[in-house]
Design a protein around this ligand. Sequence first.
Ligand SMILES: [Zn+2]
Length: 223
Amino acid sequence: MQNKYEKNIQINNKDALIIIDIQNDFIPGGTLAVNEGDLIIDDINNLAKKFKDNKAIIVLTQDWHPKNHLSFASNHEGKKPGDEYISKNGAIGPVLWPDHCVQGTNGAKFHKDLNTQLANKIIQKGIRHKVDSYSGFRDNDKKTETGLRKYLNSKNIQRIFICGLALDYCCYYTAMDGLEFGYEVYFIDRLTRGVDLPEGNINNALSNMKKLGIKFADIDSFR
Ligand SMILES: [Zn+2]
C-alpha cells in the first residue's frame, strides 16, 4: 500500500471535487445504509473547504428516484433486495435494491452533517422510472447524460476528484465515465465506503480503476 497516493497536489480553478450521494438512506439508519458511511462526512467537509479556498468547483450528486423506480426489488414480483437482475438494455442492474432515495422523502435528503453550503452545483440522477444512474455523469444505459459533463466543461474543469458513497457503485461509475469523457480522474478511496455486493465488488472496482489509469489521492495528498 506504500506510495499508492499522489502527493503535493495543488488544487486550482480547473479542479472539481465531486461528492457522491451523501444522503440519509445511504448512511447507517437509512434503507440502503453503507457501513461506516457516516464516518467520512467530516473529512469530506474539510476537503471541500480546501477546494473552495483554492477556487475549485464543488459538485454534489443526489440519487433521486420516483417511488416506482425499477431498481427497487419491491417493484418486481418475487424479488428481494440483492437479487440479481439485469434489464435488457442494461438500464437496471446487476442487482436490485431496497427502496431508497425516493424524491421528496427524508431518505433522499443530504445528511445533515454534510456542508451543502459549499456546493456550486447539485446533480440529480436516477430520476426516470425505468433507468438507473450509478454514474453522476449519465444513466446506466449510457444514453442520457445528467448535465454534469456540460457543467464541468462550462467551468473549464480538467481534473475531477471523487469521494462519497458507495465506492463500488456510484463513485466507481462516476470515475469510469469521467475517464471516458477525458478528465484526469482522482479517486479518494478513504473518503468512500462500499457495499461490496456481490462480494469482491470493492476489490474489482479498485483494481479496475488502477489498471485503467485512475489516480488515487488521500486527505494529505493536497498542499
Ligand atoms: Zn439509487
